[in-house]
Design a protein around this ligand. Structure first.
Ligand SMILES: C[S@@+](CC[C@H](N)C(=O)[O-])C[C@H]1O[C@@H](n2cnc3c(N)ncnc32)[C@H](O)[C@@H]1O
Length: 273
């Protein structure tokens, strides 16, 4: 991966990938965006505070410069020793962006313990503390998801590049592979609010809602295995927009995708707006 550290319009430091021309966390920079789009909406701190014998499992899809994973890692490390443990599994074809961020440790808040964890991940593929396990799963997505156990994930941060740059990661095939890994109570968080992304998640069997604002009239997306975990569900008005949209579905949607959406548990009975 050919990448360099750049300064965003907002003045934050972030990694630019030259192959796709895309910046990781381009809006307000990685340190703020990871919290606002991923860690806070997933209620990570609250969920780790709920007692449970098993660790909470977080799938970090698109390790990149490690900003989302490390934002979660910091939350876990700041909790008392008896809080639920966190297990992070990061997926990517390369760890080059994380290695670059480590060379600019001051810009990415990678001095101290988070930097130690990131160096260990690069050197050994994993890092453990008494509270947090972090493992790197290298390989090509979405196939690399198949190495994980079914119904093991509690939270997913889905953060590839855009559909233009990473078309295979916004397909029904990709979200079906993800759905296999999610257990009851699992929530999925992604910056994309595209109609085709939301359709793909619904067709893959998730309940889907509107996430936090990410810019002018744009919102992220929140998906869940259980309907009660979606606070702001897509409604009949959204389905009406699908009917009018010029790009309503992922590239691998079946020919009866609209009928499948209308029959899906989220919309069955809602009728036309
Ligand atoms: C937007 S960046 C991730 C940023 C990261 N979440 C962070 O917080 O720094 C997208 C990442 O997805 C990875 N990626 C894109 N397509 C992939 C694929 N098909 N298989 C594996 N990794 C992929 C890229 O290498 C890149 O590191």
């Amino acid at each position: 991966m050919k990448c360099e550290v750049v300064t965003t319009r907002g003045g934050a430091r972030a990694v630019l990938d030259h192959e796709t021309g895309e910046v990781m966390h381009p809006v307000v920079g990685p340190l703020v965006e990871s919290r606002r789009l991923y860690v806070d909406p997933s209620r990570l701190a609250e969920r780790l505070a709920e007692p449970a014998a098993e660790p909470l499992v977080l799938l970090d899809v698109g390790l990149g410069a490690g900003s989302n994973a490390l934002a979660a890692w910091r939350v876990s490390e700041a909790l008392p020793p008896d809080a639920r443990r966190l297990r992070i599994v990061s997926f990517d074809r390369t760890a080059d962006a994380l290695a670059l961020a480590l060379e600019h440790a001051g810009d990415f808040a990678l001095d101290g313990a988070p930097g130690v964890a990131a160096h260990a991940l690069l050197a050994h593929g994993s890092h453990d503390t008494p509270r947090t396990t972090w493992r790197f799963c290298p390989g090509e997505l979405p196939d690399s998801l198949s190495s994980e156990a079914a119904e093991a994930a509690d939270i997913v941060y889905w953060d590839p590049f855009s559909p233009r740059a990473n078309p295979t990661l916004w397909t029904l095939t990709a979200f079906r592979a993800l759905r296999r890994l999610c257990r009851a109570g699992c929530t999925v968080h992604t910056y994309s609010g595209a109609t085709a992304t939301r359709s793909a998640l619904l067709l893959a069997g998730f309940y889907v809602g509107v996430g936090v604002p990410i810019g002018e009239e744009k919102h992220s997306t929140y998906a869940a295995v259980s309907p009660s975990d979606v606070q702001n569900p897509l409604d009949a008005r959204w389905l009406e927009r699908v009917r009018r949209s010029s790009a309503p579905f992922p590239s691998d949607a079946p020919s009866d995708a609209l009928a499948q959406l209308e029959r899906s548990p989220q919309f069955a009975g809602a009728g036309r707006a």
